[in-house]
Ligand binder design. Structure first.
Ligand code: HEC
Ligand code: HEC
Ligand code: HEC
Length: 334
């Protein structure tokens, strides 16, 4: 009898110790205490978006979906550099000590857990950008957009030598690919003013395809060995068929390159440089990635004439693969 009771007690103790709800309640209480007594002195965790000029620090009501967890924990334990070179409120002559409050690893984990389940934002949905199909060429087009659309005017990144470049008015983005979730960043990009009005951020006039390039590009920043998609190694390319490609060639390429690839199509007249004479080129030996990028993104993307159009929006992936198979099997040089 005595032994049974002892065992019963042991079982109860075990249930108490292993029941997550009991432990979580304790951690939640701890997280709430720190957030209410410390973090809320500077950050808002609820309420509607408000002008930046009424804030002391970035709003955190969407923080549960904004950050990648390892970054958030590194930030909270003080292992990350400041994000805003001129401090968050660049308009204030005085600002808080530039050193952010530092938590222990254990505290940071508890706070991160709490933020991830508490501060969600229903506006943030699955991104329309699929990073698993993001190519190196798309990243390089995104890098061009970063310059053409003034992003570099307000955000710093690092150049190839690791030197900081760009205007220092907003968040440093050199490590953005390790900080943001793709879903938050995509939704933010749709309209930054939905998050922080008067932040100084602007809405760039770009197409959905360019949005994909700039959003994806930012997600590569700071990421070592980002795994780019290689369409020419995909299933679509393994199924490519030169017979089907001949038809695509006739429909789209002959107009300039001519029926036998002699560069004498009706569209060739008046072009300088002339359309390439495929019949003289060993296209069979051209690397698949080069042909893919040339045909998908046009001559300008590989340093050739912009009169060689970009077919990526016109030809479905299979037709693109087929026409490449056709030119590689047909034109082998002299
Ligand atoms: C004294 C004011 C202050 C306190 C207290 C404070 N923060 Fe901050 N926090 C800031 C400022 C200012 C920034 C922007 C820092 C910069 O320039 O990089 C910031 C940035 C952050 C960021 C990054 C935000 C973003 O959008 O990039 C997170 C996350 C964060 N704080 C979490 C916390 C948490 C959690 C606490 C409480 C444990 C806390 N902070 C306490 C002032 C504060
Ligand atoms: C005129 C200056 C300016 C330009 C140009 C600009 N931004 Fe910003 N950006 C800002 C400011 C200011 C914020 C908001 C910071 C805040 O929360 O108050 C911001 C926020 C961001 C953020 C989120 C930062 C964070 O951690 O919350 C990203 C990512 C970003 N911008 C990317 C871009 C990209 C990409 C471009 C080019 C299409 C661009 N920005 C152009 C000023 C600018
Ligand atoms: C509007 C005219 C035009 C059409 C249509 C056109 N091209 Fe071209 N293409 C050019 C021009 C011009 C060049 C030469 C670019 C240069 O030398 O700078 C060229 C060059 C090329 C090259 C050679 C690139 C190199 O590195 O030398 C290939 C391969 C090619 N085109 C494939 C195609 C395919 C495949 C199609 C159809 C899907 C196509 N082109 C349709 C104008 C056209």
């Amino acid at each position: 009898m005595g032994r049974l009771m002892v065992r019963g007690f042991a079982v109860l103790l075990f249930i108490l110790m292993s029941s997550p709800s009991v432990l979580w309640a304790g951690d939640d209480g701890f997280a709430e205490k720190i957030i209410n007594s410390q973090c809320k002195n500077c950050h808002r965790f609820e309420g509607k978006p408000k002008s930046k000029f009424d804030l002391k620090a970035p709003d955190l009501m969407w923080s549960g979906v904004k950050f990648q967890r390892p970054w958030l924990i590194r930030w909270l334990v003080g292992q990350e550099e400041n994000l805003y070179p001129n401090s968050y409120r660049w308009d204030k002559s005085f600002h808080f000590s530039r050193k952010h409050m530092i938590l222990t690893q254990e505290e940071a984990v508890v706070i991160a857990d709490y933020m991830e389940k508490t501060y969600l934002d229903p506006r943030v949905k699955k991104s329309f950008v699929d990073l698993s199909t993001f190519t190196e060429m798309e990243a390089s087009l995104g890098a061009d957009i970063f310059r053409e659309y003034s992003c570099l005017g307000c955000h710093q990144i690092k150049d190839d030598e690791g030197k900081s470049i760009g205007g220092p008015i907003s968040a440093n983005l050199h490590d953005a690919g390790n900080r943001y979730t793709l879903d938050w960043w995509s939704r933010f990009a749709e309209n930054p003013q939905d998050f922080t009005p008067h932040s100084g951020e602007y809405l760039a006039d770009i197409s959905a395809r360019k949005a994909r390039h700039i959003i994806g590009y930012v997600m590569t920043l700071g990421v070592k060995d980002f795994k780019f998609y290689e369409p020419w190694n995909s299933k679509t390319f393994k199924k490519a068929d030169a017979g089907r490609g001949a038809k695509v060639y006739k429909e789209y390429c002959v107009q300039c390159h001519g029926p036998e690839g002699k560069g004498d199509g009706p569209g060739a007249k008046g072009l300088d440089p002339k359309p390439a004479v495929h019949a003289d080129l060993p296209l069979s030996d051209y690397p698949a990635d080069y042909l893919y990028n040339l045909i998908y993104y046009g001559g300008k993307s590989v340093g050739k004439s912009p009169n060689m159009p970009d077919w990526g929006m016109t030809l479905p992936p299979q037709s693109l693969a087929d026409v490449i198979a056709y030119v590689r099997s047909t034109f082998k040089g002299n």
